[in-house]
Design a protein around this ligand. Structure first.
Ligand code: SF4
Length: 178
C-alpha cells in the first residue's frame, strides 16, 4: 500500500485529510450499534446497508477483519459559527462527492475493497429496502457506525485529529484495502 499515492488520490478526489488505517486498532462496539438502533440519524431499518439489514455486529466485524489496512479520509470544514447550517450542508455534500469519486478510483486498484462511509448508503437516490433486494450488493456502503465503530476512537487510534478546532466540522470515512 503506497500511502503517498493514496493520499494524492484522496486529495485529488476532494478530501482534506488522509491517513493510514490499521485494522488491528478497530474495536467493534455493541454500544455503537445500540446508537444505530436509537435511530437518531433516521436510517435504522431504512437501508440494506444499515442495521439491522446490513448484518450483525459479528458479521460486520468478521468482514472488516479480513483486511489488515486501509485509509481514513476526512472532509474538514471551517464553519462561520455553530449555527452555520449552510456550511454544514456544503461540507456534507463535498464529503459525499469526494467519497463517490475516490471509491470509483480505488475500485480499479483494489476490486475487493471494503468502503465504510458516513451515514447511510447513497448509491441509489432511494434505497430499495425493504421492498426489493439491494440493487448493488457488491457496492452498497455501510457507515462506520453500522460496523460498530466509534469514529472518534478510530481516528485518534490511527494518529489523526477528530477535532480540528473551534467551529470546524469533520466528516470521516474509511476504505479497507488489503
Ligand atoms: S446500493 Fe442502493 S439498494 Fe443497495 S443499500 Fe445502497 S442505496 Fe440501498
Amino acid at each position: 500500500m503506497d500511502i503517498a499515492k493514496l493520499t494524492e488520490l484522496a486529495k485529488d478526489a476532494g478530501f482534506t485529510e488522509v491517513g493510514t488505517l490499521d485494522v488491528a486498532t478497530l474495536q467493534f462496539l455493541p454500544e455503537v450499534r445500540d446508537m444505530c438502533a436509537a435511530d437518531k440519524c433516521h436510517m435504522y431499518n431504512h437501508s440494506w446497508a444499515c442495521p439491522p439489514a446490513c448484518g450483525t455486529l459479528d458479521e460486520m466485524s468478521a468482514r472488516a477483519l479480513k483486511y489488515s489496512r486501509g485509509i481514513l479520509v476526512q472532509t474538514v470544514a471551517q464553519l462561520e459559527d455553530s449555527f452555520d447550517f449552510e456550511g454544514m450542508g456544503a461540507a456534507a455534500e463535498q464529503h459525499k462527492q469526494a467519497f463517490v469519486k475516490l471509491h470509483e478510483v480505488l475500485r480499479e486498484q483494489y476490486p475487493d475493497l471494503f468502503p465504510m462511509g458516513s451515514g447511510g448508503c447513497t448509491i441509489c437516490p432511494k434505497c430499495s429496502y425493504p421492498d426489493a433486494p439491494c440493487r448493488f450488493p457488491d457496492r452498497a456502503i455501510p457507515s462506520m457506525e453500522a460496523c460498530g465503530l466509534l469514529v472518534s476512537q478510530v481516528v485518534s487510534d490511527n494518529g489523526m485529529k477528530y477535532n480540528h478546532g473551534r467551529d470546524t466540522l469533520a466528516y470521516t470515512a474509511a476504505f479497507l484495502l488489503e
